[in-house]
Design a protein around this ligand. Structure first.
Ligand SMILES: Cc1cc2nc3c(=O)[nH]c(=O)nc-3n(C[C@H](O)[C@H](O)[C@H](O)COP(=O)(O)OP(=O)(O)OC[C@H]3O[C@@H](n4cnc5c(N)ncnc54)[C@H](O)[C@@H]3O)c2cc1C
Length: 382
């Protein structure tokens, strides 16, 4: 590989920041990463649904082969509670090995850490970035330990948690929270995922090892109460909510909740600064789009840096080209997710019938089904 030609500072070594650093290195562009948590910090217990297109990115970076605990999704069953209409998506119909993959966030971050180490990438753990200043010539990071670091481009991949994050350009509060845990069902999952829409919000069962990862969306007022139910009552409530397609719910791990919202900040914040991943857009997890869009942000930013002369990296023209290139994928994913949440999360009878017809149409029209499935797997370029 040629000697690195430029330098990009990345704030955050979450999945998006780490993928960006690895992809930049593949492009011959030097990257340095600052991560607030210590190297041996335990990642949280969230579960990620990775689209097939994200697997291809991780494959090209040599990360996929390092991943443990990956469960393929070969079929998805989509329905709505108390009304007609079912759609089934299958990997075989689309001629791909899997529609997506389920894995613990911790497994992905562990594999990425290993890849960063093996690639000898400069990653400083336990360093928090407090503030970013920028001019037309460079962006400068102020770290909590009192250092100033400058580069032609700073990529903010802090998950949207930075103190000085700009206000989102568009926000929607769905009055919904996700209750998440692992559950065991009477029937084995056979790599099938379920997405069930209910007036309170969607519920998803994602095959994970020999269990399911449950993402149960509930109204804010109900979510904490549901999460706090004793195991037996929780399983009974889930059975009523989800129905008997997988037989009885037998066991549930401790529950956690997290708030759900849509926040679109966009990639452009200041000169020589670009926001990627959750720092640029936070989505409802209903269609498993947020993380996958973030990975494509990282991949395409690295691609553009690799294609740009060193003197243009981080310049206004490059950042505008990046924003233009990402617009349809990001806004398409936001719009699709928002449409699903708002159309399905109500009990308005005419809409309920229209949704049923929509699901039936999707089932009956293979080209439409292929379009939707490819969009979920690959984004706007699907
Ligand atoms: C419970 C839950 C379930 C989800 N399920 C799914 C799913 O099924 N499918 C899906 O596609 N998406 C899902 N998502 C969304 C997904 O987790 C995010 O899209 C993804 O983690 C975003 O990656 P990221 O690297 O942008 O941000 P993060 O994963 O949040 O990583 C940001 C990193 O930046 C570091 N950092 C923050 N501030 C600073 C700072 N000031 N200085 C230095 N470092 C800093 C943090 O420590 C962290 O390591 C879920 C989200 C949640 C909360």
């Amino acid at each position: 590989m040629d000697a690195p030609v430029s330098s990009v500072l990345i704030v955050g070594a979450g999945p998006v920041g780490a993928v960006c650093a690895l992809a930049l290195q593949q492009q011959g562009v030097a990257a340095r990463v600052l991560e607030a948590t210590p190297e041996d910090a335990r990642a949280d217990t969230r579960t990620l649904a990775l689209a097939h297109g994200s697997r291809l990115i991780l494959d090209r970076l040599g990360v996929w082969e390092k991943l443990a605990d990956v469960t393929p999704i070969t079929r998805i069953h989509i329905s709505q509670r108390g009304a007609l209409g079912v759609t089934r998506l299958s990997a075989a119909e689309l001629d791909v090995p899997a529609l997506g993959y389920v894995l613990p966030y911790a497994a992905l971050t562990a594999a990425l850490k290993q890849a960063l180490r093996e690639a000898n990438l400069a990653v400083e753990y336990g360093v928090t970035v407090d503030r970013i200043e920028s001019t037309a010539a460079a962006a400068t990071l102020h770290t909590a330990d009192g250092r100033l670091l400058s580069a032609p481009l700073v990529a903010v991949a802090d998950g949207g948690r930075g103190e000085d994050a700009p206000r989102p350009r568009f926000e929607r509060n769905y009055d919904q929270m996700a209750v998440v845990c692992d559950v065991q069902t009477e029937l084995p999952h056979a790599s099938q995922a379920f997405e069930r829409f209910t007036p309170e919000g969607p519920a998803a069962l994602l095959p994970k090892g020999d269990r399911y990862a449950l993402v149960w969306t509930a109204r804010n007022a109900d979510a904490q109460r549901i999460a706090a139910l004793p195991d037996g009552e929780f399983l009974a409530a889930l059975q009523r909510h989800f129905g008997g397609r997988q037989g009885l719910f037998l066991h549930a791990s401790p529950r956690k909740t997290f708030p759900l919202r849509l926040a679109y900040t966009g990639s452009q914040a200041a000169e020589r600064v670009v926001r990627i991943g959750n720092a640029a857009q936070t989505l409802h997890p209903v269609a498993g789009q947020g993380f996958n869009i973030g990975l494509r942000d990282a991949w395409e930013l690295a691609d553009l840096c690799g294609d740009s002369p060193a003197s243009e990296i981080g310049g206004a023209a490059m950042l505008a080209a990046y924003a233009r290139g990402r617009r349809s994928d990001v806004l398409g994913g936001l719009g699709f997710t928002d449409f699903l949440v708002r159309t399905f999360s109500n009990d308005f009878a005419p809409l309920r019938h229209a949704r049923g017809l929509g699901l039936l149409a999707l089932e009956a029209l293979p080209p439409l089904k292929t379009f939707v499935a490819r969009r979920m797997m690959f984004g706007a370029r699907g």
